[in-house]
Design a protein around this ligand. Structure first.
Ligand code: AQP
Length: 328
């Protein structure tokens, strides 16, 4: 049986990277046979969001976003991470079989500290909590963006270490699944670096009107003249257009940029097309998002139903693990 599982942090509003790298895959996976578990990683978000009201509101926004984008809570178990205490119990078991060296090699931790983010112990041990999230549901496929590949590999290592230490087969080995292209697996932010909430270069998927215009205006360009022939691979706006446009149209833009001359589009033209395609892609979901958000009690109730199903699964796995290591 295939078991899909993935999570997303309510550390801010979901951005284009979250959508094209992860959320779209999560929703699409519902069409595949198997079980589906998706969760809002509120414990993880505590490493960056330390404001109770903001966290509560981010969780509801994230739930409304998923439902608006097509997640069906009848087909998928959709829940809040902190509603499943078995995950933190499994976290402790995994931390006892995980070497410090493994965590010290985590790219995400190194990138964040290199960018000046002050690390807490929680940020350092984040991969252990993430491994517990994955292993607690016997997950076999974890659809993620490229930045999370190493964390899934660490979960594989931790599962192997635990099973070997206690001569058991408690944890199932998970495999990651990336979106179909590299452009989707690592979406750039407005500065050309990986789009990330904590880097301040992220663009909210449901931005619209003047705010969308302003957000697109922040995407890095240079001062080269439109008529100058350019390699489209070096034009950040083209990477953004690639997220939205069909190949045929995208290639026409690329060709005009490469040729230069009087008919070549300026960055302003690319921005206008991007805004138009963006509005077209997300407008229907944005309207549904507003509707879901208008009923917070219903969102909370749906999350609690998911949590009950998630706890049931995770407690079976926790019991297996406790038994294997002598805690029962
Ligand atoms: N730029 C990206 N391109 C493709 N996929 C991405 N993901 C994140 N950024 C990109 C994928 O989104 C899922 C959920 O991510 P997350 O919010 O749980 O954590 P993250 O990867 O750390 O995302 P951020 O925005 O970078 O959050 P902060 O800055 O708060 O840590 C994952 O599957 C991720 O791969």
């Amino acid at each position: 049986m295939t078991t899909f599982l993935s999570g997303i942090q309510p550390s801010g509003r979901p951005h284009l990277g979250n959508y094209f790298g992860a959320i779209r895959q999560h929703v699409a996976s519902q069409e595949e046979d198997g079980e589906h578990f998706f969760f809002i990683a509120d414990y993880h978000a505590l490493t960056t969001v330390q404001d109770a009201e903001a966290l509560r509101s981010n969780v509801r926004e994230m739930a409304a976003t998923y439902f608006a984008l097509g997640l069906d809570p009848k087909r998928a178990v959709f829940f809040r991470q902190s509603d499943v205490p078995q995950v933190t119990e499994i976290t402790w078991l995994l931390s006892c079989v995980t070497g410090m060296g493994l965590l010290e090699r985590a790219h995400s931790f190194k990138d964040k500290t290199a960018k000046g983010i002050k690390p807490s112990v929680g940020l350092f041990t984040y991969p252990i909590l993430m491994a517990a999230d994955i292993l607690a549901y016997d997950s076999t496929i974890v659809p993620v963006g490229k930045d999370q590949v190493q964390h899934v590999e660490m979960a594989q290592d931790m599962a192997g270490h635990f099973n070997a230490a206690f001569d058991s087969q408690v944890f199932v080995r998970p495999e990651y699944r990336l979106p179909e292209t590299d452009a989707l697996a690592k979406v750039p932010g407005s500065d050309g670096e990986k789009m990330s909430k904590s880097y301040g270069n992220d663009l909210w998927i449901f931005e619209t009107g003047k705010r969308l215009k302003k957000a697109v205006g922040r995407i890095l360009t240079d001062s080269r003249d439109p008529s100058e022939p350019k390699d489209p691979a070096g034009v950040l706006l083209v990477d953004f257009l690639a997220l939205f446009l069909e190949d045929k149209e995208l290639n026409e833009w690329r060709e005009k940029i490469r040729e230069g001359g009087a008919n070549a589009p300026g960055y302003g033209h690319l921005k206008v097309r991007l805004i138009e395609a963006w509005e077209e892609t997300f407008a229907p979901a944005r309207a549904r998002f507003e509707e879901y958000l208008a009923d917070p009690a219903a969102l909370d109730a749906t999350l609690l139903v998911g949590a009950e199903r998630a706890r049931e699964r995770a407690s079976g796995v926790r019991d297996r693990a406790y038994l294997a290591c002598g805690l029962r």
